[in-house]
Design a protein around this ligand. Structure first.
Ligand SMILES: C[S@@+](CC[C@H](N)C(=O)[O-])C[C@H]1O[C@@H](n2cnc3c(N)ncnc32)[C@H](O)[C@@H]1O
Length: 411
């Protein structure tokens, strides 16, 4: 039988009932919050504990205090939670890349469902679905097909930034990097040891089906672009363009983003379209498709990907989505289907206003940040839409990030 959990011991860690930076105290971590930190309480104050597991009893040090919130790090885990796992990466805790390796994979998925639920309740003021499915990643290590390595040429360090700093954490191997990406890191490090690595401050690597593209290239044979085949479509891109980092879940993500659409639709918009991940399959189902993408290089690849697929019924506009909708929505008439897939910051307010103005019967919101998703959902719910379905995908194992797809219909 499991022993009863002991209550955190209070020590002289507080000053006049207020936590101060440097204070060390025991806390019980209650749950994981949006942002990936653990929630704890002490002396009527809220503590955000980095790299925690829900249920941990831990001795923590307060690193900083803002208002009634204190930010803390774990000094010692006194009673580990059942959700706790041994992080396999020797850089975990120092490297800024991962923040969930301390959790079992099951606990990571549960924490992500909880983060989405929390954002829907507190930010969107919407009742979450009874069950939130987070589709697991087929690979939970060696899945990342993209990496940005920082280079400190003076100290001869190559890796990711350290947590909360711009110091380079020198990383010999990264266990979430896909094998070809890890191989490229090893090659760059060998060049660094030989003194032949160029002086660039950072290197971006992106793996595709046929190798790795590197920016900037360091050897004559380095490729500048790559391609991925997903769901029968071929997408070309380079390291400077956005392309989803976990290709093992990309087929199911595209299917979910387009769920409910069928061949024979009239007009669809693909907002924040990147190199056309959703634009190509949309062009096979709708008579007319307009994609809007802010990055000129990505927009060029989207046009090329459409042209290579001989899809002539879709056009790509290079513009900020909010600006484009403000200028062109009136001329577009009504759209049947709008898919938006903005960056972490979410959609600009003009983008949401523009979408509402188009009165689409069906909106598919693909998001990599539950907090900004919930903020934008509130506006769509206020405009008369209702949430038809919500499904999440674990595109980013070992981190708190999660991809969510929400389908909304007008009421
Ligand atoms: C999360 S990515 C999604 C791309 C694409 N849908 C995909 O899944 O591959 C967001 C895209 O929005 C673009 N972007 C960022 N801010 C933008 C804005 N304000 N207007 C238009 N595009 C923007 C980025 O360049 C990026 O390609």
């Amino acid at each position: 039988m499991k022993s009863r959990k002991r209550a955190p011991r209070r020590e002289a860690a507080e000053e006049g009932g207020r936590l101060r930076a440097g204070a060390v105290l025991e806390v019980r971590v209650e749950r994981i919050l949006p942002g990936g930190v653990g929630l704890a309480h002490a002396e009527g104050q809220t503590l955000f504990v980095a790299l925690a597991a829900p249920g941990d009893l831990a001795r923590v040090r307060v690193e900083s205090v803002r208002g009634r919130a204190a930010f803390a790090s774990i000094v010692e885990v006194l009673e580990p939670s059942d959700a706790r796992a041994e992080p396999p990466c020797p850089y975990f805790g120092r490297c800024g890349g991962c923040d969930f390796q301390q959790l079992t994979y099951e606990a990571q998925l549960a924490a992500k469902a909880e983060i989405i639920r929390d954002c829907l309740r507190r930010v969107a003021h919407a009742e979450p679905p009874a069950e939130i499915e987070v589709v697991p990643s087929p690979e939970v290590w060696r899945y990342r097909s993209r990496a940005r390595w920082q280079h400190d040429a003076v100290r001869r360090h190559l890796g990711y930034y350290e947590r909360g700093s711009h110091r380079v954490c020198d990383v010999a191997d990264c266990p979430v990097a896909a094998p070809p990406v890890a191989g490229r890191l090893a090659r760059l490090r060998a060049m660094m040891s030989e003194g032949s690595l160029p002086q660039a401050a950072e290197f971006e690597a992106v793996a595709g089906d046929e190798g790795v593209a590197l920016d900037p290239p360091v050897e004559p044979e380095d490729e500048r672009e790559q391609l991925r085949r997903i769901g029968g479509e071929t997408y070309r891109f380079d390291a400077g363009c956005f392309f989803q980092i976990n290709h093992t879940l990309l087929g199911p993500l595209v299917e979910e983003g387009l769920r409910g659409t069928t061949e024979g639709g009239d007009t669809a918009l693909d907002l924040y379209g990147g190199v056309g991940l959703f634009t190509l399959p949309l062009a096979r189902r709708f008579r007319r498709v307009v994609a809007v993408e802010g990055n000129p290089a990505s927009a060029r690849y989207a046009r090329r990907n459409l042209s290579d697929a001989t899809l002539t019924n879709a056009r790509v506009e290079t513009s900020a989505v909010g600006d484009w909708l403000a200028r062109h929505a009136a001329g577009l008439g009504r759209a049947d289907f709008v898919l938006l897939d903005p960056p972490r910051a979410g959609a600009e307010p003009e983008a949401i206003r523009g979408i509402i103005g188009l009165k689409p019967a069906h909106i598919s919101y693909v998001s990599c940040d539950p907090a900004t998703l919930a903020r934008d959902l509130r506006l769509l719910l206020d405009a008369g839409y209702h949430i038809h379905s919500l499904r999440a995908f674990d595109m980013f194992p070992q981190t708190h990030h999660v991809e969510t797809v929400v389908h909304l219909f007008d009421s």
